[in-house]
Design a protein around this ligand. Sequence first.
Ligand code: XMP
Ligand code: MG
Length: 180
Amino acid sequence: MHKNIQEILLSEEQIRNRIRELGVELLRDYGDKNPVFICILKGAVVFYADMIRAFDAHCEMEFMQISSYQGTQSTGSVMILQDVKQDLAGRHVVILEDILDTGRSLQAVCKYLEAKGVASLKICAFLDKPEGRAPGITLEADYVGFPIPNAFVVGYGLDYDEAYRNLPYLGILKPEAYAK
Ligand code: XMP
Ligand code: MG
């Protein structure tokens, strides 16, 4: 275990097993739809790579990167730093995200993608922090890997200041690891 990790919340094996189950769920719902799976960079990249390989049917890949506007967080504004490359009109789209917390960023992304005329839009989140939802946000994920308590987590794509994304498990940092 990494020296800065206090506790492993989800082991590699727990994650692997749940991904397999989610792959079956997505196959049941999208197996004949040639869905477009959108990876929200950077946090979802590890989850995404595992999920698409757990989906045993035709699908297409797209990538988006977004960033929250500093200072106007309450408005839920997000900047699109990288957009999808193909026309999504009439397509069945599934957003793959690392974690649903306040829900602000995904709410903005959904609004943005719906305006492109998609046939359907669903959210598959590796993690869900139900207690983190901002007031007034009713958005929920359609597929959730794991609900987790309101703690800051790293690993399996998630970072603290860009570090720890490559840990193969999900962990909680030691308090002293935040002091820089
Ligand atoms: P919302 O808009 O739902 O945004 O608040 C979710 C985004 O916030 C980041 N986030 C975290 N990143 N550990 C992280 O490494 C966490 O515990 C955590 N909680 C939220 C993440 O970028 C996610 O996409
Ligand atoms: Mg981050």
